[in-house]
Ligand binder design. Structure first.
Ligand code: SF4
Length: 170
Protein backbone atom coordinates (compact mmCIF):
# COMPACT_ATOMS: atom_id res chain seq x y z
CA UNK A 1 0.00 0.00 0.00
CA UNK A 2 2.87 2.36 0.82
CA UNK A 3 4.55 2.04 -2.55
CA UNK A 4 3.81 3.23 -6.06
CA UNK A 5 3.91 0.57 -8.78
CA UNK A 6 4.48 1.58 -12.38
CA UNK A 7 4.63 -1.71 -14.20
CA UNK A 8 3.42 -2.53 -17.72
CA UNK A 9 0.66 -4.69 -16.25
CA UNK A 10 -0.07 -2.86 -12.99
CA UNK A 11 -0.08 0.80 -12.11
CA UNK A 12 -1.02 2.09 -8.69
CA UNK A 13 -0.04 5.07 -6.59
CA UNK A 14 1.06 4.89 -2.98
CA UNK A 15 -1.61 5.00 -0.31
CA UNK A 16 -4.03 2.79 -2.21
CA UNK A 17 -4.45 -0.92 -1.88
CA UNK A 18 -3.52 -3.06 -4.86
CA UNK A 19 -6.61 -4.46 -6.60
CA UNK A 20 -5.03 -7.94 -6.39
CA UNK A 21 -4.54 -7.88 -2.63
CA UNK A 22 -6.89 -10.24 -0.80
CA UNK A 23 -8.47 -9.80 2.60
CA UNK A 24 -5.68 -11.80 4.25
CA UNK A 25 -3.09 -9.68 2.40
CA UNK A 26 -2.09 -12.53 0.10
CA UNK A 27 -1.87 -11.91 -3.64
CA UNK A 28 -4.72 -13.14 -5.85
CA UNK A 29 -2.39 -13.45 -8.85
CA UNK A 30 0.75 -14.60 -7.05
CA UNK A 31 1.86 -17.02 -9.80
CA UNK A 32 1.56 -14.35 -12.47
CA UNK A 33 2.29 -11.24 -10.40
CA UNK A 34 4.02 -8.36 -12.20
CA UNK A 35 7.79 -8.22 -12.52
CA UNK A 36 7.90 -5.21 -10.21
CA UNK A 37 6.40 -7.34 -7.45
CA UNK A 38 8.84 -10.18 -8.20
CA UNK A 39 11.73 -7.74 -7.93
CA UNK A 40 10.62 -6.46 -4.53
CA UNK A 41 12.60 -7.85 -1.63
CA UNK A 42 11.47 -7.30 1.92
CA UNK A 43 14.49 -6.37 4.02
CA UNK A 44 12.93 -7.86 7.13
CA UNK A 45 12.87 -11.25 5.44
CA UNK A 46 16.10 -11.00 3.47
CA UNK A 47 18.61 -9.14 5.64
CA UNK A 48 19.89 -11.04 8.66
CA UNK A 49 20.92 -7.87 10.49
CA UNK A 50 17.41 -6.41 10.44
CA UNK A 51 15.90 -6.96 13.87
CA UNK A 52 13.07 -9.45 14.20
CA UNK A 53 10.88 -6.76 15.79
CA UNK A 54 10.72 -4.89 12.48
CA UNK A 55 8.20 -7.17 10.82
CA UNK A 56 6.39 -4.56 8.67
CA UNK A 57 2.78 -5.30 9.57
CA UNK A 58 3.59 -5.18 13.29
CA UNK A 59 6.26 -2.47 13.50
CA UNK A 60 5.01 0.03 10.93
CA UNK A 61 8.48 0.02 9.38
CA UNK A 62 8.99 -1.32 5.87
CA UNK A 63 12.62 -2.20 5.16
CA UNK A 64 13.59 -2.65 1.53
CA UNK A 65 16.67 -2.72 -0.57
CA UNK A 66 17.40 -0.47 -3.50
CA UNK A 67 20.43 -0.08 -5.72
CA UNK A 68 22.16 3.29 -5.73
CA UNK A 69 22.91 5.13 -8.96
CA UNK A 70 26.09 3.80 -10.61
CA UNK A 71 29.38 5.39 -9.53
CA UNK A 72 32.11 6.54 -11.93
CA UNK A 73 33.17 2.91 -12.42
CA UNK A 74 29.64 1.72 -13.05
CA UNK A 75 29.42 -0.06 -9.67
CA UNK A 76 26.09 0.12 -7.86
CA UNK A 77 25.99 -0.08 -4.06
CA UNK A 78 22.99 -1.69 -2.41
CA UNK A 79 21.23 0.74 -0.08
CA UNK A 80 18.46 0.19 2.41
CA UNK A 81 15.30 2.26 2.80
CA UNK A 82 13.34 2.45 6.04
CA UNK A 83 9.78 3.51 5.26
CA UNK A 84 8.10 4.85 8.39
CA UNK A 85 4.42 4.06 8.04
CA UNK A 86 3.02 5.78 11.11
CA UNK A 87 3.76 8.53 13.62
CA UNK A 88 5.55 6.31 16.12
CA UNK A 89 7.49 4.12 13.71
CA UNK A 90 10.74 6.00 14.32
CA UNK A 91 10.95 4.66 17.88
CA UNK A 92 9.81 1.07 17.48
CA UNK A 93 11.95 -1.53 19.19
CA UNK A 94 14.92 -2.57 17.11
CA UNK A 95 14.88 0.24 14.56
CA UNK A 96 17.70 2.31 16.13
CA UNK A 97 19.90 -0.79 16.37
CA UNK A 98 19.12 -1.85 12.81
CA UNK A 99 19.78 1.58 11.37
CA UNK A 100 23.02 1.79 13.37
CA UNK A 101 24.15 -1.57 11.96
CA UNK A 102 23.57 -0.29 8.41
CA UNK A 103 25.42 2.96 9.02
CA UNK A 104 28.33 1.22 10.80
CA UNK A 105 28.70 -1.10 7.81
CA UNK A 106 28.71 1.82 5.36
CA UNK A 107 25.42 0.81 3.77
CA UNK A 108 23.56 3.82 2.30
CA UNK A 109 20.52 4.28 4.55
CA UNK A 110 17.39 6.37 3.98
CA UNK A 111 14.32 7.36 5.94
CA UNK A 112 11.30 7.40 3.67
CA UNK A 113 7.90 8.82 4.64
CA UNK A 114 4.85 8.35 2.40
CA UNK A 115 2.87 11.45 1.51
CA UNK A 116 -0.93 11.55 1.66
CA UNK A 117 -2.56 8.83 -0.50
CA UNK A 118 -1.85 9.59 -4.13
CA UNK A 119 0.88 12.11 -3.33
CA UNK A 120 4.63 11.87 -3.58
CA UNK A 121 6.73 10.73 -0.64
CA UNK A 122 9.83 12.23 0.94
CA UNK A 123 13.13 10.53 1.52
CA UNK A 124 16.36 11.58 3.19
CA UNK A 125 19.75 9.89 3.42
CA UNK A 126 20.71 9.63 7.11
CA UNK A 127 24.26 8.24 7.11
CA UNK A 128 26.05 11.55 7.75
CA UNK A 129 23.58 12.71 10.41
CA UNK A 130 24.00 9.41 12.28
CA UNK A 131 27.76 9.04 11.97
CA UNK A 132 28.72 10.44 15.41
CA UNK A 133 25.83 8.84 17.27
CA UNK A 134 26.62 5.43 15.80
CA UNK A 135 30.35 5.76 16.59
CA UNK A 136 29.57 6.54 20.23
CA UNK A 137 26.68 4.04 20.39
CA UNK A 138 24.43 6.82 21.61
CA UNK A 139 20.94 5.39 21.20
CA UNK A 140 19.04 8.52 22.33
CA UNK A 141 20.95 10.53 19.71
CA UNK A 142 20.17 7.94 17.03
CA UNK A 143 16.49 8.10 17.93
CA UNK A 144 16.56 11.89 17.80
CA UNK A 145 17.97 11.78 14.26
CA UNK A 146 15.23 9.35 13.26
CA UNK A 147 12.55 11.51 14.85
CA UNK A 148 13.81 14.63 13.10
CA UNK A 149 14.21 12.86 9.77
CA UNK A 150 10.62 11.66 9.94
CA UNK A 151 9.34 15.06 10.99
CA UNK A 152 11.17 16.87 8.17
CA UNK A 153 10.08 14.31 5.60
CA UNK A 154 6.49 14.58 6.79
CA UNK A 155 6.56 18.35 6.33
CA UNK A 156 8.17 18.14 2.89
CA UNK A 157 6.40 19.08 -0.31
CA UNK A 158 4.08 16.39 -1.56
CA UNK A 159 2.85 16.63 -5.14
CA UNK A 160 0.09 14.57 -6.74
CA UNK A 161 1.61 11.48 -8.32
CA UNK A 162 1.30 11.44 -12.10
CA UNK A 163 2.31 8.11 -13.53
CA UNK A 164 4.02 8.26 -16.88
CA UNK A 165 4.40 5.37 -19.32
CA UNK A 166 5.01 2.17 -17.34
CA UNK A 167 8.65 1.41 -16.67
CA UNK A 168 9.71 -1.73 -18.48
CA UNK A 169 11.68 -3.95 -16.13
CA UNK A 170 14.73 -5.58 -17.58
S1 SF4 B 1 2.24 -8.91 -5.11
FE1 SF4 B 1 0.12 -9.03 -5.85
S2 SF4 B 1 -1.07 -7.96 -4.29
FE2 SF4 B 1 1.07 -7.35 -4.00
S3 SF4 B 1 1.28 -5.46 -5.18
FE3 SF4 B 1 1.88 -7.18 -6.51
S4 SF4 B 1 0.03 -7.73 -7.66
FE4 SF4 B 1 -0.59 -6.48 -5.91
Amino acid sequence: MALTINDPVLQKVQGYRCRNAQADNSCAIYETRPQTCRNFHCGWRRLKWVRETLRPDISGVLVRMQYEAPDANGARALGVIFTLLNANSWKVEGLAETVAAAVAAGVPAYVHVPGPPGYTSSQARINDALHGAVLTRNKPAILEVLRRARSMAKQGDHEPIVLGPPEVNG
